[in-house]
Design a binder for this molecule. Structure first.
Ligand code: CAA
Length: 385
């Protein structure tokens, strides 16, 4: 019989600074309720100068390796849409920082916020071929839009690492899945820009079309009826978007879906903001960290990456999953972030080095243990405390 495969462990990290969106609202002359209720966001994580997708990704993965060791990990898939190099995979830096064995393949995957789900599906295939293997997935992003744009309050930063293995402790991921792709310019980032371009309203419509399209494909492939899904995690560029998706699914299927079946998925993302590839998996972490016992429950996950690709799939929560989750660590990490003023956040936003022609040294200002240390000979340097 085929082995059960899925997510064996999951851990998170985020930027060490935090901006309260009420402060941004006052500074920009917007009613705070627009951000809190209209977008469903309270705060956003902001990386310190020595933090980026590599340091957050390493910080997310480190506790997984502490618990399980590195044996059997022959693949690292790093999903991001805010890569730090046009050629080298960010995961190669992480591979060294975490002391992973050299008998390992490392690659970076990109399709906007969808890349993490692509990594998960590929990891499932690798483990299905040889159930002795385990795959480390890292999803990590810094969401950056222009200052004073409508998208500014929907920034954020974070990373989720997952170990995919046979006989998983957390979530079995059975087939089928539903997929959808269409060529749409709703959100993109040209090679010469370090902030994303976005057609806000179009992106919301594209997300909802991708959702119903992926759902219909899921059903056509033999996926379960909507009433058999106990909890929902929808990609959260801002948590209100997940509510729109949930309502759309109810309309589309004609089934009454109580908001309680998706609300627990928003608890971390309300405080972190958009973390692009990591966002869906922060939603999953929040659902698994909630008070109710979900052993045996079915969780629906909708992944959306602008441009645009969508995928709907489900997971079944494994017995004993609670012993694996790290709710206290995650809550402490969020509480420990250093509050910054709007002026400080904007200085951090402008301060990200764009030009790599001159060597620079970046001081270790965050608690670490991983730091971006600067640029030498146009190459990035990272350290571990
Ligand atoms: N009290 C309560 N609600 C208020 C309010 C108040 N005082 N003032 C406004 N609102 C409500 C509005 O009614 C609106 O609600 P509805 O959606 O129900 O109509 C909501 O707040 C937002 O207001 P606007 O539509 O006026 O917002 P905006 O035009 O200023 O910007 C946005 C919203 C388009 C989402 C913008 O933040 C943006 O471009 N964000 C980035 C793009 C994005 O996240 N798109 C999502 C889909 S793409 C994706 O998912 C991939 C990804 O990760 C980027």
């Amino acid at each position: 019989t085929a082995p059960v495969i899925g997510i064996h462990d999951l851990a998170v990290a985020t930027g060490s600074r935090v901006l309260d969106l009420a402060d941004l609202a006052y500074a920009t002359g917007v009613e705070p309720a627009k951000f809190h209720k209209g977008l469903g966001q309270d705060q956003m994580s902001v990386p310190a100068p020595d933090e980026d997708i590599v340091t957050m990704g390493a910080a997310a993965a480190a506790p997984i390796l502490e618990r399980h060791g590195t044996a059997g990990i022959r693949t690292v898939l790093f999903a991001t849409e805010t890569g730090v190099d046009q050629s080298k995979a960010a995961g190669v830096f992480v591979h060294r920082l975490l002391g992973l064995p050299s008998s390992c393949r490392v690659v970076e995957l990109k399709q906007a916020c969808y890349g993490g789900t692509a990594a998960l599906q590929m990891a499932m295939g690798i483990v299905a071929r040889d159930p002795r293997e385990r795959v480390l997935i890292i999803t990590s992003d810094v969401a950056r839009y222009g200052i004073d744009t409508a998208a500014e309050p929907t920034q954020g930063a974070g990373a989720v690492a997952m170990l995919v293995a046979a006989d998983p402790d957390l979530l079995e991921i059975p087939g089928p899945t539903g997929v959808w792709t269409a060529d749409i310019d709703d959100f993109w980032r040209p090679n010469d820009s370090d902030v994303a371009m976005v057609e806000g309203k179009l992106s919301i419509d594209a997300y909802l079309d991708a959702f119903t399209g992926a759902w219909d494909d899921y059903r056509a492939q033999g996926g379960v009826d909507v009433g058999e899904i106990d909890r929902f995690c929808h990609h959260q560029p801002f948590t209100r978007m997940a509510e729109k998706a949930h309502r759309r699914l109810a309309e589309h299927t004609g089934v009454d879906l109580p908001l309680e079946t998706f609300l627990p998925s928003t608890f971390y993302n309300r405080r972190i903001g958009n973390s692009y590839t990591a966002s869906l998996f922060f939603a999953l972490a929040a659902v698994l960290d909630a008070d109710d016992d979900l052993a045996g429950a079915r969780v629906g996950l909708f992944s959306y990456g602008s441009g645009a690709v969508g995928e709907f799939f489900t997971g079944i929560v494994r017995p004993g999953y609670r012993e694996v989750m790290r709710r206290e660590r995650t809550e402490q990490m969020l509480d420990a972030r250093v509050p910054v003023s709007v002026a400080d956040y904007r200085a951090l936003h402008r301060g990200v080095p764009r030009d790599t022609t001159n060597d620079i040294t970046v001081d270790a200002v965050s608690a670490g243990p991983f730091h971006f240390a600067g640029i030498v000979g146009r190459a990035r340097r990272y350290t571990r405390d």
